[in-house]
Design a protein around this ligand. Structure first.
Ligand code: FEO
Length: 393
């Protein structure tokens, strides 16, 4: 029933869209859904590259069979074992008991652990090739994008790279699959949020992978989430390269927690000072309102970060503490930083923000600003001065 979706003459898209899941990994909001991409190569040998989340196995198998017809499926390549891609492996194995499963040594430990599958395996090492007929696949081990077993699979014939999570984006594929058939603005934004939240911790691993791939010609990137990149191959590589080097674009992100609006007024004054000095790219986030995944995305993107917190039960405002923990986990480097805080009787937030800055080794551009109870004239002017300083830094 399903129309074949060609990526190249012999390579087909057979992925699915998930518009049901509210939180990816039960953590990250999906306002535009997410796709789980899978690909089928039809050559003398037939090869499935990755599967989909288990709840979509039924429609996925129908798509697979609609392209495969009455041919046998010879290989399943597993680039990544996270269950959003490996969930339908058992169903595939039941349908094709003789299939050879292609992966590396780490893949197979996880395959056994998750699904109890430990035979019918074809192990590959870095650089190994598999001849299918007209097409030859080459495998590149790219650990930690996003798990230790992750690898990429290069189709030498079509100069096409199956990349697993790398170069992926949140957002369903609503009609088109190739970037040439889609308005990709939102997908590019969502690729930043995807990277920041999923692979952001592993910047050096991503750099290692980009280095390993730098000498192969890539005409098409087939990730496991989001559009297939062809027209924007260079663009998506450039975005990934910058994010994984923690190279911030010019821009200021101000994040505050505030119970009654006093700390918020400090954020407003800092932004005003920035604007007075000609800074145009400023975003203020109320940490209690905007999901942290969007804030992280902007912190990865921009070069100057300002964080303000009231003291709450002699600690940081809880949502700010949670944000800081996520930032530390991701080990984001090379940011200019300023901070501010408020209290009613004893101030802990400033000390805790100072300790955070020291731990993450961010470049603190100014002394912190601290208020008690409410923002008065002198501190208002200090906030504006801080904004001006940040604009010049
Ligand atoms: Fe899309 Fe790491 O799985």
């Amino acid at each position: 029933m399903y129309k074949a979706r060609h990526i190249t003459d012999d390579i087909y898209y057979i992925g699915v869209n998930d518009r049901q899941k509210v939180l990816f990994e039960n953590l990250i909001p999906l306002p535009h859904g997410v796709s789980y991409n899978s690909y089928l190569i039809m050559d003398e040998k037939t090869v499935l590259v990755d599967t989909v989340e288990v709840s979509f196995a039924e429609v996925f198998l129908d798509k697979l069979l609609s392209v495969l017809g009455d041919r046998h499926l010879d290989y399943l390549v597993i680039n990544h074992m996270e269950p959003d891609h490996s969930g339908a492996i058992r169903a595939i194995r039941r349908m094709f008991p003789d299939i050879k499963i292609v992966g590396n040594a780490r893949t197979f430990k996880m395959l056994d652990g998750f699904y109890g599958i430990n035979d019918g395996l074809h192990e590959v090492k870095d650089g190994d090739k598999l001849v299918l007929g007209k097409h030859t696949l080459q495998f590149f081990l790219t650990p930690m994008i996003h798990w230790p077993e992750t690898m990429m699979t290069y189709d030498i014939n079509d100069k096409l790279l199956f990349t697993g999570d790398a170069f992926g984006a949140f957002g369903t594929l609503d009609g088109g699959v190739l970037d040439t058939d889609i308005e990709t603005g939102n997908h590019l934004e969502e690729s930043r949020r995807y990277f920041s939240n999923i692979a952001g911790k592993y910047g050096s691993a991503v750099q290692n992978a980009l280095n390993k791939l730098k000498d192969i010609e890539i005409k098409t990137i087939c990730p496991t989430h989001g559009p297939v990149w062809r027209e924007k191959v260079n663009k998506i590589i450039e975005i990934t390269d910058k994010l994984s080097r923690y190279e911030g674009e010019r821009g200021v992100v101000i994040i505050y927690g505030s119970m009654y609006g006093n700390t918020e007024q400090m954020a407003e004054a800092i932004a005003y000072g920035l604007s007075e000095e000609g800074e145009k790219n400023i975003t203020i986030y109320n940490v209690s309102k905007t999901d942290v995944s969007f804030i992280l995305s902007d912190i990865f993107r921009y070069d100057r970060i300002v964080i303000g917190s009231p003291t709450y039960s002699n600690e940081l405002f809880p949502e700010i503490a949670s944000l800081l923990a996520k930032l530390e986990t991701r080990d984001i480097k090379n940011r200019k930083f300023a901070y501010f805080g408020s209290s009613t009787w004893s101030n802990a937030s400033i000390k805790l923000l100072a300790a955070f800055a020291e731990r993450v080794k961010w470049d603190v551009v100014s002394l912190p600003i601290e208020i008690k109870q409410s923002l008065k004239e002198d501190k208002y002017e200090d906030c504006i001065a801080l904004g001006r300083l940040l604009a010049k830094s």
